[in-house]
Ligand binder design. Structure first.
Ligand code: NAD
Length: 255
């Protein structure tokens, strides 16, 4: 891993516009299951089918009684060493942004400032009819009071979590992510199987990529460096090597 780690550190330091792309694997060390690994959410096909527009419209009772419970498990977790390392790289001026497929908000909790959430988030909910936005807790309160589906206080329309479900268009951040990737010269992919489209197309927009993931991905052959290891351990070490290369461990590297 040493050589690959040094290579990734060098690419980060030498790049002019580096971005990170993260997936569910960056949060497993915070106790959240990923999607496709053994024990991942994908194996619960019921849950996968549940989180869809089809169920939200067709069977809101099922969507809200079981689906909301599932979404709730993604809230209130603590960031881990991988999230903190990415925040540190941004603080050092070496990462322009983190593009994440995750909905758990853990990059922001770790201190990352520029986070693009291409699959949405769990901070708000919005009305399917008038599009007004309310805090996510409004859904919780309505469902616990037996008001299913939760109704918009303004127009009475059905409320939905601001998460991208199967059948949904991508979140507005996706367009910005495409722009960021188009002007990037380096992408660090962390904890994603790169099997979920269109997120999986983003690395193809960047000339140089590196991958940190427990298992092989379809992009390994296209990457200039690949480390198969735990994101928390690898990224903590990466920050150490980058700080060594930058030569100024305590200060911010501005470019
Ligand atoms: P995925 O499950 O398809 O792939 C995750 C990858 O991370 C796997 O290849 C696995 O080997 C790797 N991994 C697991 N633990 C790791 C660790 N500690 N260090 C390094 N790698 C690790 O996930 P994906 O590519 O993000 O796609 C799944 C979709 O499901 C995404 O759209 C995402 O929005 C959603 N999802 C989100 C969360 C979350 O918000 N935390 C959790 C599960 C699923």
């Amino acid at each position: 891993m040493d050589e690959a780690l040094r290579k990734i550190a060098r690419m980060l330091v030498e790049s002019l516009h580096a971005v990170a792309l993260t997936g569910a694997g960056v949060s497993t060390e915070s106790g959240l299951p990923d999607f496709r690994s053994r024990g991942g959410l994908w194996q619960d096909q019921d849950a996968v089918r549940l989180l869809s527009l089809e169920v939200l419209y067709g069977d809101p009772l099922r969507f809200y009684s079981r689906g909301l419970h599932l979404l709730r498990t993604f809230r209130g977790r603590s960031p881990n060493a991988a999230h903190r390392a990415l925040a540190r790289l941004e603080e050092m001026g070496l990462l322009k942004c983190v593009i994440t497929q995750n909905i758990d908000g853990l990059h922001q909790a770790a201190g990352s400032q520029n986070v693009l959430e291409i699959h949405g988030h769990l901070r708000t909910a919005s009305c399917l009819v008038c599009r007004r936005v309310f805090p996510f807790d409004f859904l919780e309160e309505s469902v616990s009071a037996g008001r299913i589906p939760p109704e918009c206080p303004a127009c009475g329309g059905t409320m939905r979590p601001d998460v991208v479900f199967f059948g949904d268009p991508m979140a507005p951040d996706f367009e910005r992510a495409v722009e960021e990737c188009s002007r990037s010269d380096f992408m660090l992919v962390v904890g994603s199987s790169l099997q979920v489209a269109p997120a999986a197309y983003l690395p193809g927009l960047v000339p140089r990529i590196a991958i940190v993931n427990l298992e092989p991905t379809a992009y390994d052959d296209a990457a200039e460096a690949v480390i198969h290891g735990k994101a928390g351990t690898v990224l903590t070490e990466l920050v150490r090597v980058v700080e060594e290369l930058a030569g100024r461990p305590e200060t911010t590297t501005e470019r």
